[in-house]
Design a binder for this molecule. Structure first.
Ligand code: NI
Length: 404
């Protein structure tokens, strides 16, 4: 029997009621962080909570990973997905907080502890409203967001996480130290950059430093290659289309008086569009080929695609902006003017289904909470946790209601 309820009020109230619980989950996960691909205890913790809430289906070790997928079944055959990531970073926490990491050199400095606790909160709120839920909600607790090689979003997508039941929209959020706690932000379209990496080996011919004519100087060729590569963004890319090409590593040589036979370098490429992302490595290879040829050197070029750009779907993002204004008040919802060049593997889901990635404000200067992501001093204003949980719950609730 369906009684009409005011979902907005119910969800707001429920989020405040479970605030202390969400905080305790966040602190538990924060104290026991696990690296990418090793989220075993976190995933066990998540699964036990979902079962405790009465989530209809709880799939552990989804696709042979540490992912947990929960399904709350609603009346109709329409499904919204909510995603959280669970992994921590290899660094030593220095906040000195009572709930600081108990594990040396592992820390939740990207807020994935908060994302996991928030999605648990949303799961608890939605199971409490289950009899009113017009469609299914799929809860995706994803491992390995921080690394591209241990089965994060891409692996889950390949393993069919967006099917069975088929997901028609996906929402995810990330804590954001530049926004005050209580506020959220997003934007339509380009939101975050693709993140690819490359390695280049320049193969010359070793020689005595005093007899350069007998060798092919891989150091000089590498220098010319670097120069030429840095002209790609300034001369080949449309200035209205953001792109970054950084060479962050270079190695070569043995001694001051030896011309080395080989130099290796590596770097990253960031773009906001799929077209540029495909084009840049072609320009790079052209440049490397041309320069090495002109010096009689050889090369190896290994370009590895990481995550695609995060591009927020127009329809789901208009929906999310409207719903968040409704839930939190217009003054607390920011339509972000610009994308960032950071990367996020939520993009993998957005390549398959429409969805929206949201930034959750966690800054609080009065409480001294302002450290950037990936800092050893990173922390969040925990007042943001029920805000995040209510947003996630409300978006899923309303999406399936409007699309059933
Ligand atoms: Ni992150």
């Amino acid at each position: 029997m369906a009684v009409h309820i005011n979902a907005k009020e119910e969800i707001r109230k429920a989020a405040q009621e479970i605030k202390e619980e969400i905080i305790s989950w966040r602190r538990h996960i924060h104290m026991h962080p696990e690296l990418s691909g090793e989220e075993k205890n976190t995933s066990r913790f998540v699964a036990s909570k979902l079962k405790e809430f009465g989530v209809d289906e709880v799939i552990e070790n989804f696709g042979g990973t540490t992912a947990v997928v929960g399904i709350i079944k609603g009346k109709h055959d329409v499904t919204a997905a909510l995603r959280a990531d669970m992994d921590a970073l290899p660094m030593q926490e220095k906040t000195g907080k009572p709930y600081a990491s108990r594990i040396p050199n592992v820390m939740h400095s990207c807020g994935h502890d908060a994302h996991t606790a928030i999605l648990l909160g949303a799961a608890k709120i939605l199971t409490g409203l289950k009899e009113h839920l017009q469609g299914n909600v799929k809860l995706i607790f994803q491992p390995c967001e921080e690394r591209h090689d241990c089965g994060g979003a891409k692996k889950l997508v390949e393993e069919g996480v967006l099917q069975n039941p088929d997901v028609s929209a996906i929402f995810g959020l990330h804590v954001f130290p530049e926004l005050p706690a209580g506020k959220v932000g997003t934007r339509i379209g380009h939101f975050m950059a693709s993140s690819d990496v490359f390695t280049i080996k320049i193969k010359g011919k070793g020689a005595h430093a005093s007899r350069p004519h007998q060798g092919v100087d891989s150091v000089l060729v590498a220098a010319q290659v670097i120069n030429t590569l840095h002209h790609i963004v300034s001369r080949k890319v449309d200035p209205l289309h953001p792109a970054v090409l950084t060479i962050g590593r270079i190695q070569g040589g043995y001694a001051d008086n030896i011309i080395p036979d080989e130099v290796e370098m590596g770097g990253t490429v960031r773009t906001l569009s799929l077209e540029l992302r495909d084009q840049i490595p072609k320009w790079m290879e052209h440049a490397i080929w041309g320069v090495t040829l002109s010096y009689g050197a050889a090369y190896e070029f290994d370009y590895r695609q990481g995550t695609p750009p995060v591009i927020n779907d127009e329809k789901t993002t208009r929906f999310a902006l409207g719903m968040m204004r409704d839930l939190l008040g217009k003054e607390n919802v920011v339509e972000l003017p610009e994308p960032t060049m950071g990367g996020e593997d939520f993009a993998e889901y957005l390549m398959k289904v429409p969805g929206t990635f949201i930034r959750l404000g966690i800054r609080n200067e009065e409480k001294g909470i302002k450290a950037p992501l990936h800092s050893p001093l990173f922390d969040i204003d925990e007042d943001a946790l029920p805000v995040g949980a209510s947003v996630m719950a409300y978006l899923a609730y309303k999406w399936v209601e409007e699309h059933s």
